[in-house]
Ligand binder design. Structure first.
Ligand code: NAG
Ligand code: NAG
Ligand code: NAG
Length: 285
């Protein structure tokens, strides 16, 4: 009896709640100091000297970000745009002149093209760009990150719809780390993808369909991670990896490519097959 009246009261309470506001129905409210127009466009006009972080997430109403949307936010150091499935278009020039920007994350959106980041002109050390779980982006074009930052960058580009990485994709960058893992459709990386770039020191191509690594630009790699890279049947010869210290690979045959290590580096070099014995014990045919 008591239980029933409790249930009844709960039901009544639910019925008496005010109807949700349209804004909350459509997702998160518009972040300060931005305006979210009824046509689904976002604008965050400056100047707002003090603003350092902007997060837009869980919004169903955001559909596009127009050029100069983040104009004059000169002290902005972080922008996060996440879980906005209806965001399909980021206009070129949306991210323009953000000299203090250190971290830009665009994940789980509906965008069709890699966003234009070439006018950010950040001068922060180790700028981190995270582009993840954007299933409709298929290509990393030439010069995609040129102009983003003039110091050094980490690219976390994982879980996207990438199929190919074009020639000169990283032209003009100093790459500390390049994470391409879990791009499950990534088959092709152009031989000149690293042309014009310095780095990367760390390369992770795990869980991709890459069949080959570019033959140019491997000399800077110190750490290579290629677990669950089942399509990568063959690695470039060991001589191309002049600075390799550490590699985690998929097949025993990968190991064989590296078996004749120059003695100079032997002491430091570590190589592991994640699912079999450590390399020195793998028989090579
Ligand atoms: C901009 O950021 C820096 C460091 O993050 C801070 O010292 C400075 O006060 C900020 N400028 C304004 C106008 O808030
Ligand atoms: C990057 O740009 C800033 C500001 O223009 C400058 O002070 C810095 O020296 C530049 N760094 C490099 C490596 O060119
Ligand atoms: C690579 O970048 C440089 C500028 O840093 C540019 O002059 C050159 O045209 C670019 N190469 C290609 C093939 O896009």
């Amino acid at each position: 009896m008591r239980r029933r009246s409790l249930a009844l009261r709960l039901l009544l309470a639910l019925l008496l709640l005010p109807p949700p506001l349209p804004q909350t129905l459509l997702g998160a409210p518009c972040p300060e100091p931005c305006s979210c127009r009824p046509d689904g466009a976002l604008r965050c006009p400056g100047p707002r000297a003090g603003l350092s972080r902007l997060e837009i997430s869980q919004s169903d109403s955001l559909e596009k970000i127009e050029a100069n949307a983040f104009d004059n936010l000169l002290n902005l150091s972080e922008i996060l745009i996440q879980n906005t499935k209806n965001l399909v278009y980021i206009e070129p020039g949306a991210f323009t002149n953000l000299p203090r920007l250190k971290y830009l994350s665009i994940c789980n959106t509906g965008i069709r093209k890699l966003p234009d980041v070439t006018k950010i002109f950040s001068s922060e050390f180790n700028f981190i760009l995270e582009i993840c779980d954007n299933l409709h982006i298929t290509t990393v074009p030439a010069n995609a990150f040129q102009g983003m930052n003039n110091e050094s960058i980490t690219l976390k580009l994982y879980g996207n719809g990438f199929e190919e990485i074009q020639s000169h994709a990283f032209n003009g960058t100093t790459l500390i780390s390049l994470e391409l893992k879990e791009n499950a459709h990534l088959k092709k990386m152009h031989n000149d993808a690293f042309r014009g770039a310095r780095g990367p020191s760390i390369l992770d191509i795990s869980s991709t369909k890459l069949q080959a690594l570019p033959s140019y630009g491997l000399e800077s790699i110190q750490t290579l991670i290629a677990t669950s890279s089942y399509s990568l049947k063959k690695l470039p010869s060991r001589e191309k990896f002049t600075n390799l210290l550490d590699a985690t690979l998929t097949y025993p045959s990968h190991c064989c490519a590296f078996r004749n290590l120059p003695t100079k580096e032997n002491s430091e070099f570590k190589i592991v097959n994640w699912w079999t014995a450590p390399c020195p014990f793998t028989p090579c045919l």
